[in-house]
Write a protein that binds this ligand. Structure first.
Ligand code: CP
Length: 341
């Protein structure tokens, strides 16, 4: 007799993990490079449709589906917007954070992921301090995993919400994108590029739509090697010169938690790279200003710029909910729809 055939044995032993080639799940979003431009367009289009949908209709789309948020690093925007997005589609959510779970007792990422899967999680949204953690979690659980930031590596949903913000300002909110959509647009990314997963995901995405990306910062935070990251990426060390060429400017904070002893002269940094009102008025008076947050007011940007008319920082935050609704929906429906767009 087959020992797993009885209903009781089947209950005690969850079904074995399906064998599957890499990448394991069509609903996962581990890197922006996972997405074709058709896939990016699909997410942008669904984000707009879901944002405009009747909330009473929208919350039946993923009614009672189970979404786990697994956060090993602190977060305000990403965590809250993923949670609101999943709940807005009717899903049940649970948050596991490293500070209030058995992770504190030494439980591994693999065992935590398998535990969430056994509890019925159908997708896991992961933020982790180690680059590559989302790939490991996907490989071990075979669930759709959404990378909510892995170390200094990637933050794909941030790049998508940044793109939505840029398109709203420069392309009338276009949602179907091609390799020409951002032709003629220069985006400066300024500050701590070296430690920034936001910079990396944007550098992987924006040039594919035809944008030119200028990287700006001191050598300690922007190695020369970054210019070789791909086509359409150029280093411009002189901030005012970068601003003069830009239609969009993305400011980044110095990631103090990742500096590993590196000492910076902050007064010199501010003199060279702080985005101030006079600097903006003189060199980029019409550019849209972005920042993924958290902002350190008075360091990379002044309060006047953060709150000023050119700032789209809170729009980015709002766009996070719409983009993450589309991405969570994709995670839970991609397999049913026959694969990854
Ligand atoms: N942009 C971003 O990832 O912000 P949080 O760290 O607050 O999620």
């Amino acid at each position: 007799m087959n020992p797993t055939a009885s209903p009781v044995r089947r209950q005690l032993h969850p079904p074995p993990l399906p064998a599957s080639p890499f990448p394991y799940h069509p609903g996962s979003l581990l890197s922006v490079s996972d997405l074709s431009l058709e896939g990016v367009s699909h997410i942008l289009t669904r984000a707009t449709a879901l944002e405009n949908a009747d909330p009473l209709v929208r919350d039946r789309i993923l009614a009672k589906r189970r979404v786990a948020l697994l956060f090993y690093e602190s977060s305000t925007r990403t965590r809250t917007s993923f949670e609101l997005a999943a709940k807005g589609l009717g899903a049940d959510t649970t948050l596991v954070s490293s500070l209030s779970s058995s992770i504190e007792k030494g439980e591994s990422l693999k065992d935590t992921g398998l535990t969430l899967r056994a509890l019925g999680a159908e997708t896991i949204i992961l933020r982790h301090s180690s680059s590559g953690a989302a790939w490991l979690l996907e490989a071990e659980t075979r669930l759709p995993v959404l990378n909510a930031g892995d170390g200094m590596h990637e933050h794909p949903t941030q790049a998508l919400l940044d793109l939505r913000t840029i398109l709203a300002h420069l392309r009338q909110g276009l949602t179907t994108v091609t390799a020409e959509t951002l032709a003629g647009v220069t985006v400066t990314i300024a500050g701590d590029i070296l430690h920034s997963r936001v910079a990396r995901s944007n550098m992987l995405l924006l040039p594919r739509l035809g944008a030119r990306v200028l990287l700006c910062g001191p050598k300690e935070l922007l190695p020369e090697l970054a210019a070789q990251a791909g086509p359409g990426i150029v280093i411009e060390r002189e901030f005012d010169a970068a601003l003069r060429q830009s239609q969009a400017v993305m400011m980044l904070r110095i990631q103090a938690e990742r500096l590993a002893g590196l000492q910076l002269d902050l007064e010199e940094y501010k003199a060279n790279y702080q985005l101030t009102g006079p600097r903006l008025a003189a060199h980029a008076p019409t550019a849209v200003i972005l920042h993924p947050g958290p902002i350190i007011r008075g360091l990379e940007v002044t309060a006047g710029v953060a709150d000023g008319v050119q700032s789209a920082i809170l729009e980015q935050v709002r766009n996070g909910v719409a983009i993450r609704m589309a991405v969570v929906e994709r995670a839970l429906t991609a397999a049913e729809q026959g694969g990854r767009a």
